[in-house]
Design a binder for this molecule. Structure first.
Ligand code: PLP
Length: 385
């Protein structure tokens, strides 16, 4: 059976060019970049050059880039590092109700230690109102953390407006850009952010490598204690093959991003209009326009998401659901709950996320199979309208 992968927001396959780039750094150029000898210097060269590449890519300076193990570590570092560094000056954290768990859970951890947290609500499209952020600010606010695009529903947030509010008051502003880095062009000055998290495995790079942008002058505590790597900001030996792979992934993104955005938007539009047109009583979740190219999140009435996911999987199609039980969730999606979706629509939700290896015939195949599966399933259960 030919399998179709439509879960790119979860992870992406590494590009063969990325893998080729990484290979020499496993056994040929294997020195520790912190060593002073020639082996170390050789490895340091790639770490330094990728640092410059990342910085150029987002309009930052090389010393503002720190390599981490992924999006989760970068998010944790931002939330905990800023909060601990600000002890004595304030204690209040503002974030949104639809952040990834990599932000919500460290915020919750800090809350249990006595740091008050405000989770700003979103509207029915998943949008944060900058005015609500403004109203949540107190003299004790020490961090605002709002994601760039949501991983479940793809809604893009008005970061520049929120950043302007934060900057006027001298409050550090962090964004989780794990879903947008390498997929849509942006620049840290335009977004008005002081800290930014990203992860290589979402842009056809390797798993286990992330970056964190920290604007010069931002006071942040150490999160990983140990050696003096990354100018003392993040201990542990660099993942040199991973960093080399990230560098290649960025080079490819610079080259292909615009055409990928166009193709994914066209496929996204085709999926949404055909699904909504051919299946009765569906609901598109997320913002109708301000959404990440390639994100399709739709709820079907009278359908159980897990059953639909299983049937699609049996047909060779891999997607995800915000319904009660899936591999990473133990309850209904907090994002779909936050946008006010009733439980039956949360239960019947399906997320399709596209990437550069998706072909048009695969979209057509989904459009052939999905309506038939939904019709078959919804004929079993009837909920009141
Ligand atoms: N933030 C967002 C928005 C994500 O989608 C993810 C991954 O799904 C993460 C953070 C965590 O990134 P990583 O898997 O690199 O730890």
């Amino acid at each position: 059976m030919k399998r179709i992968y439509l879960d790119y927001a979860s992870t992406t396959p590494a590009d063969p060019e990325v893998i080729r780039e990484m290979l020499p750094y496993f056994s040929g150029i294997y020195g520790n970049p912190s060593s002073v000898h020639a082996f170390g210097r050789e490895a340091r060269k790639v770490v330094d050059s990728v640092r410059e590449k990342v910085a150029r890519f987002i309009g930052a300076k090389p010393h503002e880039i720190v390599f981490t193990s992924g999006g989760t570590e970068s998010d944790n570092t931002a939330v905990k590092g800023i909060t601990y560094a600000a002890r004595g000056q304030g204690d209040h954290i503002i974030t949104s109700s639809i952040e990834h768990r990599a932000v919500l859970n460290p915020a919750g951890f800090l809350e249990r230690q006595g740091f008050p947290v405000t989770r700003v609500p979103v509207d029915s499209t998943g949008m944060v109102d900058p005015d609500a952020v403004l109203k949540a600010i107190t003299p004790k606010t020490i961090l605002i953390s709002i994601m760039h695009a949501n991983n479940e529903i793809g809604t893009m947030q008005p970061l520049a407006e929120i950043g302007a509010i934060a900057h006027e008051r001298g409050i550090p502003f962090h964004t989780d850009a794990v879903q947008t880095f390498g997929h849509i062009p942006f620049n840290v000055d335009e977004l008005k952010v002081d800290l930014l998290s990203a992860s290589a495995h979402k842009l056809y790079g390797p798993k286990g490598v992330g970056i964190m942008y920290i604007r010069s002058g931002t006071k942040i505590g150490r999160f990983m204690h140990g050696g003096a790597q990354e100018k003392g900001r993040r201990a542990s030996t660099h993942n040199v093959p991973g960093i080399a792979g990230l560098g290649k992934a960025i080079e490819i993104a610079e080259r292909d991003m615009q055409s990928e955005m166009r193709t994914l938007t066209a496929f996204q539009d085709k999926l949404i209009s055909n699904i909504v047109g051919s299946i009765k009583r569906t609901k598109l979740n997320g913002h109708p326009e301000k959404r990440l190219p390639g994100n399709v999140n739709i709820s079907f009435r009278n359908v159980q998401g897990e059953r639909l996911l299983k049937s699609l999987d049996e047909a060779g199609i891999a997607c995800s659901t915000g319904s009660a039980c899936n591999a990473s969730n133990t309850g209904p999606s907090h994002v779909l709950t936050a946008i006010g979706l009733p439980l039956d629509l949360i239960s019947g939700s399906l997320r399709i996320t596209l990437g550069k290896y998706v072909k048009e015939e695969e979209i057509d195949c989904v459009l052939d199979i999905l309506p038939r599966l939904v019709r078959k399933m919804s004929s079993f259960v009837e909920y009141p309208e």
